[in-house]
Every structure is written in structure tokens, then in C-alpha cells.
Design a protein around this ligand. Sequence first.
Ligand code: IPD
Ligand code: CA
Ligand code: CA
Length: 267
Amino acid sequence: MPILHPMLTTAVKAARRAGNLIHRASDKVDQLTVNKKAHADFVSEVDRAAEQTIIQTLLEAYPDHAILAEESGSQGESEFLWIIDPLDGTTNFLHGIPQYAVSIALQHKGILTQAVIYDPTKNELFTASRGRGAYLNDKRLRVSKRLHMADSVIGTGFPYTNFRNKDAYLAIFEELMEKSAGLRRPGSAALDLAWMAAGRYDGFFETGLKTWDIAAGCLMVTEAGGLISDLAGKDRYLETGNICAGNNEIHPQLLKIIAPHLTEALK
Ligand code: IPD
Ligand code: CA
Ligand code: CA
């Protein structure tokens, strides 16, 4: 295990607590209270309880820090901002599909500095600290070395609640279907990025994500030596939620495939 920054140690503690809570609830999902936030967008009592556990753990250690959390929104004002998705992959969780994670990132003065993504189903703990690399448990992560799109597996997420960008998305998807070695849509953007950092995918793209889906994953990918941009190759991905990631070779190839299909809304 790498020597962790004290703030990352606290984030890991919070993520493990939330992950254990989620794991305990995973064999009684049919008994949970579930609410619909929008079309195909669900939240359960487990999402909320996990979020409270995380916030409590972080604020116990750092009472002055600010929070941006998916279910409860913003609280506090500080140059330190914790960005939390307590359960990324709720739809999978509610269907008993073992692909979901806790995602926690820390921004200091607007810069991502610490990240943890914890997959309780596989007990995989992904961590990253700015300038100190990314790890899966105690193993240092590097993005893949694949050179060609034809050999590459690309992760993605389909639009499922807002269909504004559906046509552009489908055009990109269709082209990648023919040009890549395979496309995957496992259903947790945070884990998708952690897997990208771990070299399991060679590239990843998705539209319309939220800051809490990707903040931790973005630091993970860059600390593992990968590249991240928005779909136009610029750096507005945390704001727009339109994201393209890849190793040094595949990232530009992915952007080139995406470019002709970009609408104004996706730039
Ligand atoms: C979702 C997952 C999914 C992505 C969605 C997200 P949630 O997060 O990350 O992979 O495609 O856009 O909203 O709602 O399960 O936390
Ligand atoms: Ca999410
Ligand atoms: Ca969530």
C-alpha cells in the first residue's frame, strides 16, 4: 500500500464505511424504498444513508471543509471541496448487478488533489493523489499501452434519461462499433474511469455526466498516465459532463472519430 496523504486516508475510511453499508444492503434490494428523480433515474435509501456516512466521516476529520454531494447538494464554504457520489451505478445495484462504486474526490482551490473509488462487490479500492500516482489496492496503475483503435476496448455510457444528444451519440457509437475491438457499457462512470486507469479499457467517452460521477475518476486516469478532455478536446469536462479519456495513442484517435459528429451542445 502506498503511504497515503492524511486527507486521502480519511476519504478511504469514508468510502469503506459507505461501501460496507451498500454491500450489507445488496442482498435485500427488493425491500428498499426507491424514489424516481427523473425518467430512469432512481435513488434508494441506501444512496442517502451511504452519503450521510461519508459526509459524517469527512466532516468529523475536517469540519471546515465544503461538500458537494449528489443527494444532499452543497454545504459549507472552503477552499477544500469534497465531491461525493455515494453510490455510482444505482440502477445496477437495484437490479443485483455487481457493478457499482463509491466515489469521493477532493478539490483544493479548484484543483483535484485526492480521489478514491471503492467497488465493494470486488473489494477493489482505487486511490489517487495528485503527483503521486494512482493505485488499485497496493498496485501502482498505468493506463494501457495499446496503439491502435482496432485493438482497443472502449468504455461508454448510453444516454438514458436525457435524449438531447442521442443522435450524435449513436453516430459515434456506430463508427466505434466498426473501428474498435469492442464497446462496453457496464453502468458506473466512476468505475469506468477507474478501469481506464487500470488499463482494462483503452478509451472511454460519455455525455451528460455530473461532476460527482467523474471527479475522482478523472484524477485516477491522469495519475495513471492517461489523457482526459471534453469531446472537443478541451478541458471543460467537469462542467459539461461530456468526457473523452484514453491512453496517449487512443485519446487522439477517439477524438478524431467523435469530431465529425459533434453538435454545438456537445462542444
Ligand atoms: C450513473 C452512472 C452511469 C452513467 C450515468 C450516471 P448514478 O450514476 O455513472 O454509468 O451512465 O450517467 O448518472 O445515477 O448511478 O449515480
Ligand atoms: Ca453517478
Ligand atoms: Ca449516485
